[in-house]
Design a binder for this molecule. Structure first.
Ligand SMILES: Nc1ncnc2c1ncn2[C@@H]1O[C@H](COP(=O)(O)OP(=O)(O)OP(=O)(O)O)[C@@H](O)[C@H]1O
Ligand SMILES: Cc1cn([C@H]2C[C@H](O)[C@@H](COP(=O)(O)O)O2)c(=O)[nH]c1=O
Length: 211
């Protein structure tokens, strides 16, 4: 019987260092004989990438919070069924740049969408798929924004005010407190090598664990 793979998700505010960590973790896993599948949200499938384009398009100024929430979950439902579930069932490990916690943080914390609404969508769209480990890269908003600056035109979400991102950060941290068995909070203000070391330590229990 094939042992189920592991789902590791990376979360955090803008510029927290998720993409940087993803590459470091990929290299670490590869050096341990694990060839992880990389995915991202919104996106990660042909359909999801088209949804992502709409979601992040600065021209979509009139998008309401409800549409934003539903589009995030449309992308996620497709990713779960087309990519994540088949990969995990085939024994593949997956590193996913954001997953459902981002909706609790951004659409819940940031936009004020009710938690029960997001939880209902999660039950429907994610079909029970929970990460084995979620690495939350925690960084003061101003530091993340400074890092993200200079990447060209800001997308539709990046243009939000600091208050929005403070609420996102608060919501992320609250989720980590609520689910300590799944989350590891990493101080993303450390140098990249230290962030990677902390992440590697957090993954150690996944090797050989029964999923
Ligand atoms: N620990 C770190 N210390 C200092 N700079 C970092 C660190 N990690 C990443 N950076 C730099 O910060 C910038 C943003 O990093 P990265 O793209 O990895 O973040 P991200 O979380 O994926 O961002 P976003 O979600 O906004 O796309 C990059 O220029 C990267 O080199
Ligand atoms: C999954 C997800 C994402 N978002 C937001 C968070 C970011 O602002 C963008 C994605 O861009 P990234 O730089 O590639 O991380 O989308 C969200 O608001 N809700 C979600 O569920």
């Amino acid at each position: 019987m094939i042992e189920r793979g592991r789902l590791i998700t990376l979360e955090g505010g803008e510029g927290a260092g998720k993409s940087t960590l993803l590459e470091g973790l990929r290299a670490h896993l590869e050096s341990h004989g694990v060839d992880p599948l990389l995915a991202r949200e919104p996106g990660g499938t042909a359909l999801g990438e088209q949804v992502r384009t709409i979601l992040l398009d600065p021209a979509q100024r009139s998008m309401c919070a409800e549409s934003e929430l539903l589009l995030m979950f449309a992308s996620r439902a497709q990713l779960v069924r087309e990519t994540l579930e088949p990969a995990l069932a085939a024994g593949r490990w997956v590193l996913c740049d954001r997953y459902v916690d981002a909706s609790y943080a951004y659409q819940g914390g940031g936009r004020g969408q009710p938690v029960e609404r997001i939880a209902a969508l999660e039950r429907w769209a994610c079909a029970g798929l929970k990460p084995d480990l979620t690495l939350l890269l925690d960084l003061p908003v101003a530091d993340g924004r400074a890092r993200a600056a200079g990447r060209g035109e800001a997308d539709r979400i990046e243009v939000e005010a600091d208050g929005f991102f403070e609420r996102v950060r608060t919501a992320y941290r609250a989720r980590a407190v609520d689910e300590p068995h799944r989350f590891r909070v990493i101080d993303a203000g450390q140098p990249p090598e230290a962030v990677l070391r902390a992440a590697i330590a957090a993954t150690a229990h996944l090797f050989g664990a029964t999923a």
